[in-house]
Design a protein around this ligand. Structure first.
Ligand SMILES: Nc1ncnc2c1ncn2[C@@H]1O[C@H](COP(=O)(O)OP(=O)(O)O)[C@@H](O)[C@H]1O
Ligand SMILES: [Mg+2]
Length: 282
């Protein structure tokens, strides 16, 4: 049997309701977007502020329903309300502000919360919570009040809460935006680990090119449309286009471009300063 895509967006359009009678009809936040994500894929969804990334992400777990087109999650149509619960268990989301995702007063209760309201047995909740905390590296914090955690630990907690529902996909919507650079790298590394170790499909939403460098595929949005798509070396090869899409070009990419201009052969796969240095040593 041919495997169906885990996420299948078919020509979706979406506009937010107009705020007042006087305001102009709202522009389309998503304008004819099609995107398929395979089971186990790691996709970076890139675009500047307001390009439609969060709107697309919210369509993937039925928080928003398209005005036209279809959204199929593991084959289930998000237009049918009866599918919403399964869809939301299949695709979990992590958001930018870790504080908004905390519900309970103790870490392990917070991880358990979504399971408790689903009426899962106490024994299974204990097992799933222990596993999820272990998987994200917060087992030692189980008795802590979440308010005492660092930003990075709070995002790990949010990921554990989603993992406990045994999703097939996690969408991290700018989940690192409020973290310091080290915590940021650690959360990206954790997403990659979950992808490798558990085969979870990951969609990492970001406006930072450097965060997209390790994805299998980059999808770039602008004005509610997908405007570029490819592997990181393919997408990063067109710096002028990325600049025109209002994306900041990270130092290593500028460096590699400058070296190529000066006659050095730098592989398109060299996306970090370390990798570029290696290329020069060859
Ligand atoms: N709740 C909302 N109500 C009205 N317009 C919105 C709302 N959320 C987003 N938008 C508009 O939809 C467009 C896409 O926004 P969004 O999906 O949040 O982009 P991104 O996540 O890439 O920053 C923008 O023009 C934004 O202003
Ligand atoms: Mg957003």
């Amino acid at each position: 049997m041919q495997q169906i895509p885990l996420i299948d967006l078919q020509s979706i359009r979406f506009a937010y309701p107009v705020q007042s009678k006087e305001s102009a009809p709202s522009a389309l936040a998503l304008n004819d977007v099609s995107l398929q994500a395979r089971q186990g894929e790691y996709i970076a969804l890139l675009g500047h502020n307001g390009s439609g990334k969060s709107t697309l992400a919210r369509h993937c777990n039925a928080l928003l329903i398209p005005a036209s087109g279809r959204v199929l999650i593991a084959g289930l149509d998000s237009a049918e309300q009866g599918n919403w619960r399964t869809i939301r268990e299949t695709v979990g989301m992590i958001f930018q502000n870790p504080d908004n995702q905390i519900i309970a007063t103790v870490v392990e209760d917070d991880v358990a919360w979504a399971l408790t309201v689903r009426g899962i047995s106490a024994q299974e909740i204990r097992e799933r919570v222990a596993w999820a905390m272990q998987a994200v590296g917060i087992a030692h914090l189980r008795g802590m009040p979440p308010g005492k955690l660092s930003g990075g630990q709070k995002q790990r907690l949010a990921i554990a809460g989603v993992l406990a529902l045994r999703p097939q996909c996690i969408i991290a919507d700018e989940a690192t935006a409020q973290l310091d650079p080290l915590a940021r790298q650690e959360i990206v590394a954790l997403l990659h680990l979950l992808n490798k170790d558990f085969g979870l499909t990951i969609i990492q939403v970001t406006h930072l090119l450097e965060e997209a460098a390790l994805a299998q595929r980059i999808v770039v949005m602008e004005r509610g449309k997908i405007v570029m798509e490819g592997t990181p070396p393919q997408v990063f090869a067109d710096l002028a286009r990325l600049r025109a899409l209002k994306l900041a070009i990270p130092e290593p990419l500028m460096l590699a471009a400058g070296l190529r201009k000066a006659g050095f052969r730098i592989s398109p796969d060299a996306l970090t300063v370390e990798a570029i240095a290696q290329e020069l040593l060859l």
